[in-house]
Design a protein around this ligand. Sequence first.
Ligand code: IDP
Ligand code: MG
Length: 138
Amino acid sequence: MEKSLAIIKPDAVARNLSGDIISMILDRDIQIVAMKMRHLTVEEAKGFYIVHQDRPFYNDLVEFMSSGPVITMVLAGENVIQSYRGLMGATNPKDAEPNTIRGKYAFSIDHNCVHGSDAEDTAQFEIEYLFDNEDLCL
Ligand code: IDP
Ligand code: MG
């Protein structure tokens, strides 16, 4: 079973969108096998987004992701990485379909409500970064 790491970002948690976002995930027949609410430190957010360290938006992204509580989840299912990315919608909500999470709720590219792993190797890094193996209910 493929796994992906999902985050409900601080903007969506603060706007009380977590319940609907979780429903949208479960309605897609994606399984949630671990879930934890947490407030990432700046250092934790920096490490999580280390692949983007040379991008111009890195510091803003780190500041945003550590600005308030997030909900972190491990998703499981067949082809879950691509199916959850499809459900999230495009990075820039202006390009996201209306029935996607970002299309429905996000206001801007830097406050876009959700994160999802983009490949098997990044999923493995992100899951191990935020969860212990025994946290997963497989
Ligand atoms: P993704 O979240 O759709 O995988 P990535 O390219 O991996 O998109 O970028 C990670 C996050 O960085 C995005 O979700 C978004 O919040 C932020 N980001 C990406 N590109 C930009 C940009 O051009 N300006 C500001 N923030 C950006
Ligand atoms: Mg990404």
